[in-house]
Design a protein around this ligand. Structure first.
Ligand SMILES: Cc1ncc(COP(=O)(O)O)c(C=O)c1O
Length: 369
């Protein structure tokens, strides 16, 4: 006889999950607010994507194409891939969740890194499995500490490359070394949400590594450089067996029609992405230099945000800076939950916001910017 409970009770472990807290949006009482807390682009989306989105409004009574063929075809054409190896998701978050639900169960482990993206932990626990957290080195993924943590229970290794909230990356040679050191049944997830921004010769998002191995997948998103966060578009490039397994579990219409149309138009407009990456590079350098000149420490970033570390001194800590900046309309991201209690992450904003934060932090630090 089953034990009766006084109310519905979630599976063991679910209530131990700390729910994801998105970036703040509001600064009460401030007229002009710049949201620099969710790594959104200040440049919006390609006008071609916006036009495709609007055109999709004429057919809202129809179900979307459950295979998202137009979008998968456009991604495949731009990146030189076989569309059969591409699976689209309602944001890459959905794909990360599907990987956990399909490949993890009770008694299994995933490996995540010290400052890794929180969704990996959340989805691992949602699948009833255990996230094993390994150290990073200089705020950077450390392949040796990952390999040292592999046990017979390990089923997935998650790395964000570049990392969020660190903005650091590991070169493709290190990704290859990691893959070579993993048992063949362990999936290596390369989350390349910020790949479009990276300007480093030794960086690769992971296409090559996925193509030549049966246990590596790469996830990407349209939420950052493509400026389509509102539409929730992610994609995964993966071996056929993994795509096949996830296809069986996903919702049949997980991608909506305006998202399919806008995503396809967006990815075809690569000159828009080049411009976005150039703007970003300019400001990553300017902001890093300016903050360092103010006496702050900044983790070197290849993504579209910078991680700023504050002095451990009364009135000068990250929480003080957060309050000060918010009162001036600049909303950054507190990153305590990522293991940085005295740091703030700032997404690259529009020029006036970037200049404004430099000036405000100059004032905050008691020096002239
Ligand atoms: C490392 C990383 N992966 C995945 C995502 C999720 O992106 P999406 O909007 O595609 O769900 C984010 C978003 O912040 C991210 O920083």
């Amino acid at each position: 006889m089953s034990i009766e409970m006084s109310k519905p009770v979630p599976r063991p472990g679910i209530l131990e999950i700390a729910a994801y807290v998105p970036g703040k949006e509001h600064a009460p009482g401030v007229a002009r607010v710049y949201k620099l807390s969710s790594n959104e682009t200040p440049l919006g989306a390609s006008p071609k994507a916006i036009a495709a989105f609007k055109a999709a409004a004429d057919n809202l009574e129809r179900y979307p194409d459950g295979q998202a063929r137009e979008l998968r075809g456009a991604i495949a054409a731009v990146h030189g891939l076989n569309p059969a190896n591409i699976l689209c998701g309602n944001g890459s978050d959905e794909l990360l969740g599907l990987l956990c639900h399909v490949y993890l169960g009770p008694r299994d482990e995933s490996i995540v890194t010290e400052h890794g993206f929180l969704i990996y932990k959340i989805q691992t626990m949602a699948a009833g499995a255990t996230p094993v957290v390994v150290k990073e080195k200089d705020h950077t993924v450390d392949v040796d500490s990952i390999l040292a943590a592999v046990t017979e229970k390990t089923k997935i290794v998650f790395i964000a490359n570049p990392g969020n909230p660190t903005g650091t990356y590991i070169p493709v040679s290190e990704i290859r070394r990691l893959q070579a050191g993993l048992p063949k049944h362990v999936i290596l997830v390369l989350d390349a949400a910020y790949a479009e921004y990276v300007r480093r010769n030794d960086y690769e998002a992971g296409i090559e590594v996925v193509s030549s191995n049966a246990n590596v997948v790469m996830t990407r998103t349209f939420s950052k450089a493509y400026g389509l966060a509102a539409l929730r578009i992610g994609w995964m490039y993966a071996p056929a067996d993994i795509v096949d397994a996830l296809q069986r579990v996903r919702a049949p219409f997980n991608m909506n029609a305006p998202a399919i149309a806008a995503g396809a138009a967006a990815i075809r407009d690569q000159s828009f992405i080049q411009d976005a990456a150039s703007f970003n590079q300019l400001w990553i350098e300017k902001l890093t230099d300016a903050f360092v000149a103010l006496g702050l420490k900044v983790t070197p970033s290849v993504a579209n945000f910078v991680l700023i570390h504050f002095p451990d001194a009364d009135g000068k800590r990250a929480a003080d800076a957060d309050e000060f900046l918010t009162s001036r309309g600049y909303i950054l991201r507190a990153v305590r939950a990522y293991g940085f209690p005295n740091s703030l992450r700032m997404s690259i904003g529009p020029e006036e916001a970037n200049r404004g934060v430099i000036e405000a932090l100059g004032e905050f630090m008691g020096r002239k910017a």
